[in-house]
Design a protein around this ligand. Structure first.
Ligand SMILES: C[S@@+](CC[C@H](N)C(=O)[O-])C[C@H]1O[C@@H](n2cnc3c(N)ncnc32)[C@H](O)[C@@H]1O
Length: 268
């Protein structure tokens, strides 16, 4: 019997695929090779998929891989900028991965009601992760879970979101309260309102669930602490130091140091 193609996923792609709960139809926006759609359907996480890309070249590549994997009947391929060729409510999950924060924000804002019609939005931005978290919060989405992936010494963050209260409640129940409960616990037991504000910033910057549950965060936090300390040293040694930038870096550094302490405490 002819063997069908099963994509070998890199740690980044594996992390993305493993974060999505079971769904009916997933829209894979910016599908390129099509590996996300193929793997989600092959693993039974999604029953079917719509693989979209803004460029014809990547879409042809995706089509070939989908055909090799024997999934042509289950994965529809569309030339589409963002969510343009997706109808509202057609997909109960939307994945946008491997793009910059601003591109992703643009795609969501262009079709906010389509994005909100899905139960789950799964994002892996290549840049500006705290800004990406803030963007979704400001636009009516709740962050359900963060995931850190390490690939060839690079750090990638994925996030699972929803704009639907009932989906949020169901998902958090399955995690025993999850992120929301953790935030409440930290703010209830913290020393006061300043702490609760600090917990919010900590969450936006690093993700409270990652700080308390992910041992790999030690490596990531160690990495940013080194990077930001070096930048502070460089700025303070400059002829005309940029004090505003230095203050911002110092604030970020203090948050990273606290996050590392918390991570060590939780992940002994
Ligand atoms: C770096 S690849 C990422 C592929 C895959 N999602 C992954 O995570 O490995 C980015 C893909 O997004 C596509 N793309 C960029 N902007 C887009 C947009 N506005 N709408 C749809 N696709 C887009 C590009 O053509 C490219 O194929």
């Amino acid at each position: 019997m002819k063997k069908t193609f099963t994509p070998k996923l890199s740690p980044r792609l594996e992390g993305i695929v493993s974060l999505l709960p079971e769904c009916e139809k997933v829209a894979d926006i910016g599908c390129d090779h099509g590996y996300i759609s193929i793997s989600l359907v092959q693993r039974g996480i999604a029953k079917s998929a719509v693989a979209c890309d803004i460029k014809a070249g990547p879409l042809e590549f995706a089509k070939k891989n989908i055909a090799k994997s024997g999934l042509t009947d289950l994965i529809d391929v569309r030339l589409s900028p963002g969510l343009n060729k997706l109808s509202e409510g057609e997909a109960d999950a939307i994945v946008i991965a491997g793009m910059g924060m601003r591109t992703i924000a643009g795609i969501i804002l262009d079709d906010l009601s389509k994005a909100k019609a899905a139960d789950y939005i799964l994002i892996q931005a290549q840049s500006e992760i705290p800004e990406m978290r803030r963007f979704f919060e400001e636009n009516g989405f709740t962050l359900l879970r963060n995931k850190l992936m390490i690939e060839e010494d690079k750090y990638y963050f994925a996030m699972l979101l929803t704009s639907k209260k009932e989906v949020e409640e169901e998902y958090l129940k399955s995690l025993g309260g999850g992120l929301k409960r953790l935030k409440e616990r930290l703010t209830e037991t913290g020393p006061g309102p300043e702490f609760s504000e600090f917990a919010e910033s900590l969450d936006e910057y690093f993700g409270l669930d990652l700080i308390t549950n992910d041992g790999d965060m030690k490596k990531y936090l160690g990495h940013v602490i080194g990077e930001w300390s070096e930048s502070i040293e460089k700025i303070s040694g400059a002829k005309k130091p940029d004090f505003e930038k230095m203050d911002e870096l110092k604030k970020k550094l203090a948050m990273a140091e606290l996050a590392l302490e918390l991570n060590t405490l939780f992940k002994k």
